[in-house]
Design a binder for this molecule. Structure first.
Ligand code: AMP
Length: 309
């Protein structure tokens, strides 16, 4: 099985209580693909500028991620600057420079066309929609977005939501998208816009899966499953935790022969495992070091964290 992902590949400048890093490799598609690559084959669609070099290429190559869909063009790569000084669970954006993404026309390499899974990582919803439309035969489509697009690009985002099976967003975004502060009501509101499942990420408090399941007498019933986050000694940098969660979640699902309710629950835990690793160092540093054996060992720590008897 393989996943095709479209999203930002970027340089990030990040400030957290643990320190500051300038222009480290980031981007939603970068974190997603690194995390998912531990579970399945990953193919990336993005665009980068002349400032993206061999050192950054190597990060993808070391995880066998297919980068034939990353277009290199004149100009500067996407740049994002964020701070977690006020709230470690939510980035405050200081600056977003779309740069080469402003005029990006995604092209899907022929070699990507047999992907059965598609992930629309955080990027302009117009680009997400184009890639979704160009891959009509995928089996499962998941996606992410953020306040920036919810606030100012809503009509385009609503078009994307119609084509999604699963949406992964944080709780502030879910409430904002639905215009409702109650999480369950917000989940119903968001699911009415298209996705049949919704994963709401709560930062250090874990994540909740909402999905509808046919019930005998009452039509579709909203079901809920919650995975915790691992209490960490120190959160060095939460950037990319959400995308890494998505990579672990969707990567695990893609690696399973069937997407049963049990597989979805396990996927929630693998998502939490990958999110926890992302926070342990700045940028992608930690994701570049870990092994599948460490991931499975941490999965067992999560089992213990939640096991009752
Ligand atoms: P998260 O998992 O939510 O912490 O995602 C952080 C990543 O999202 C960073 O590496 C940024 O480069 C990227 N990012 C921030 N703003 C945007 C945006 N407007 N569109 C796409 N990607 C973004």
């Amino acid at each position: 099985m393989s996943i095709t992902v479209v999203g930002s590949v970027a340089y990030d400048s990040i400030e957290t209580p643990a320190g500051r890093r300038e222009r480290c490799l980031g981007g939603a598609a970068t974190y997603f693909s690194l995390a998912a690559s531990f579970f399945t084959d990953v193919r990336v669609i993005a665009v980068v500028g002349e400032d993206f070099g061999r050192k950054q290429e190597t990060v993808f190559a070391a995880r066998n991620i297919d980068t034939r869909g990353i277009e290199h063009t004149a100009g500067k790569s996407f740049f994002w600057e964020g701070s977690y000084l006020e709230n470690i669970n939510e980035a405050k954006t200081r600056s977003t420079e779309l740069n080469v993404f402003a005029s990006f026309e995604p092209k899907i390499p022929d070699a990507y066309r047999d992907s059965e899974f598609l992930f629309l990582a955080n990027i302009d919803p117009i680009l997400q929609r184009r890639v979704r439309d160009a891959m009509p035969n995928v089996k499962l489509v998941a996606g992410d977005t953020m306040n920036y697009w919810i606030k100012d690009h809503r009509p385009a985002l609503l078009e994307v939501l119609k084509g999604l099976d699963v949406l992964l967003i944080n709780d502030t975004e879910a409430r904002m998208l639905a215009g409702n502060n109650n999480l369950v009501q917000a989940a119903r509101g968001v699911m009415a816009l298209g996705p049949r499942a919704l994963v709401v990420k709560h930062g250090e408090y874990g994540a909740t899966l909402f999905y509808s399941s046919p019930s005998k007498n009452r039509g579709d019933e909203l079901r809920t499953f919650r995975a915790p986050a691992l209490p960490l000694k120190e959160v060095v940098d939460p950037t990319g935790a959400g995308d890494s969660f998505a990579g672990g979640f969707f990567g695990y699902l893609a690696s399973q022969p069937e997407q049963t309710p049990t597989a979805w629950r396990h996927a929630m835990f693998y998502g939490s495992v990958m999110g926890s690793y992302a926070c342990e160092r700045f940028g992608t540093e930690r994701l570049q070091q870990i092994s599948r054996a460490e991931i499975d060992a941490r999965f067992n720590v999560f089992r213990e964290l939640t096991h009752l008897d």
